[in-house]
Design a protein around this ligand. Structure first.
Ligand SMILES: Nc1ncnc2c1ncn2[C@@H]1O[C@H](COP(=O)(O)OP(=O)(O)O)[C@@H](O)[C@H]1O
Ligand SMILES: [Mg+2]
Length: 315
C-alpha cells in the first residue's frame, strides 16, 4: 500500500521505530475499521502524522476515520472530543482506544479556514469558533495543562545549555520564566482545544464553522490563540498582521492583552522548538520570528520590556 510521502516521513521522524511498525500495520488497521464499522474507506486527506480519510457506511452516509498511534496523546484527543463544548467541536461517533481509531462526523464541505484569504473574515470566524469551544475546566479532567508545557520547556533548557535550533538558551530561559509567572498567576483555567489554528477549523456549510483535532489542554483562552496567531502569515508585514489579529481577538473575546502577549512570547518559543529537526538542524523559520514580534508588540503596548517586567523593574 502506498502512503503519502510526507506522512511516512513525519511518522518516522516523530515516532521512530514505533512509527515504522505502525505504518506496517496500517493496511490491517484499515481492514479492521472496515469490518468493525461496516465501512468502505476512501482516499485519505492530506496527512501529517495521523491517517485521516472519509468512509462510507453501509447506509450510504459518510463519516471520517482518524487513526493515530494508540497512547496517551490519542486518549487526550478522545477525551477532549467528549468534554469540549459540543457547539465548537466536531461530533464524535465512536472510538476504539486500543486501536487508536476515532469515527467522526464528516464536516462538509470541510473547507479549511486556511483556504480563506480575507484576514478580517478569518479572525471573525475563528473568534466565533473559539467562543463555542470555551469550556469550564473541572477537577476530574485528566488532561495536560500549561504547567506541563512549562515542564517540557524546562527539560529542553536543561538538555541544551547553549543553544537549541534558532534560540540561545538565554531566550529559552526567558520563555521559561514567562511560563512560570503565567502559570503561577493563572486565575480562570479552561478546557482548551490545544492546537487551534487555520487548518483545524473547517466549514460546516451555511456560514457555520467548527474545530477538529483537539489536543485537550487546561489553561487560559489567551494561550489557546497563540498557535493561531503564528499560522498562515504573509511573507512580508508579519508584525502588522500579528498586531491586527491580536487587536481583533482581544476585542472579540474580551481578552487580557497583557497576558495574551506574554503567552505569545512563551508559547512561540516552545512551538518553534517543537519544529527543530535535530538530525538536519532545520526548523520553522516563520515561527522562530514570532518571539521577537511578541516582545516588540509587548513593548509597544506597555512601554517596558518583558525582561523589565520579569525582573520587576516596572512601576
Ligand atoms: N471530521 C472531519 N470532516 C472532514 N474533514 C476532516 C475531518 N477530520 C479531519 N478532516 C480532514 O483531515 C485533515 C487531517 O485531520 P486532523 O484531525 O487535523 O489530523 P492531524 O491530527 O494529523 O492534524 C484535516 O485537515 C481535514 O482536512
Ligand atoms: Mg490537524
Amino acid at each position: 500500500m502506498n502512503f503519502q510521502e510526507k506522512f511516512v516521513r513525519n511518522v518516522r521522524l516523530y515516532f521512530r521505530e514505533v512509527g515504522e511498525k505502525w505504518l506496517e500495520e496500517l493496511p490491517t488497521l484499515l481492514e479492521y475499521c472496515e469490518g468493525k464499522w461496516g465501512l468502505t474507506m476512501k482516499n485519505p486527506y492530506e496527512l501529517s502524522i495521523n491517517y485521516v480519510a472519509p468512509a462510507i457506511r453501509s447506509d450510504g452516509s459518510e463519516v471520517v476515520v482518524k487513526i493515530g498511534l494508540p497512547g496517551v496523546e490519542f486518549n487526550y484527543e478522545h477525551d477532549a472530543l467528549i468534554m469540549l463544548d459540543s457547539s465548537g467541536v466536531v461530533r464524535l461517533i465512536d472510538a476504539d482506544r486500543d486501536h487508536g481509531v476515532l469515527i467522526l462526523e464528516k464536516v462538509s464541505p470541510g473547507t479549511m479556514l486556511a483556504e480563506l484569504e480575507k484576514e478580517d473574515k478569518v479572525c471573525q470566524i475563528a473568534s466565533e469558533v473559539m467562543k463555542g469551544l470555551i469550556t469550564p475546566a473541572s477537577e476530574g479532567m485528566n488532561l495536560p495543562s500549561t504547567k506541563d508545557r512549562e515542564a517540557e520547556l524546562a527539560l529542553i533548557c536543561k538538555d541544551h545549555p547553549n543553544q537549541f535550533g534558532p534560540f540561545l538558551t538565554q531566550t529559552l530561559k526567558r520563555a521559561l520564566a514567562v511560563f512560570t509567572y503565567m502559570n503561577k498567576t493563572m486565575v480562570d483555567p479552561k478546557l482548551l482545544h490545544g492546537d487551534f489554528h487555520h487548518y483545524n477549523v473547517l466549514s460546516n456549510g451555511h456560514e457555520s464553522w467548527i474545530a477538529i483535532d483537539p489536543k485537550g489542554l487546561i489553561g487560559e483562552v489567551e494561550y489557546d490563540l497563540i498557535q493561531f496567531l503564528m499560522n498562515c502569515l504573509p511573507k512580508d508585514g508579519v508584525f502588522e498582521v500579528i498586531e491586527s489579529r491580536v487587536e481583533k481577538f482581544t476585542k472579540e473575546l474580551d481578552l487580557d492583552l497583557h497576558r495574551l502577549l506574554l503567552w505569545g512570547y512563551a508559547h512561540s518559543v516552545l512551538s518553534s522548538v517543537w519544529t527543530v529537526d535535530e538530525k538536519t538542524g532545520d526548523y520553522n523559520k516563520v515561527f522562530s520570528q514570532c518571539p521577537a514580534i511578541f516582545e516588540k508588540l509587548y513593548q509597544k503596548e506597555f512601554q517596558h520590556t518583558i525582561v523589565d517586567f520579569l525582573e520587576k523593574r516596572v512601576p
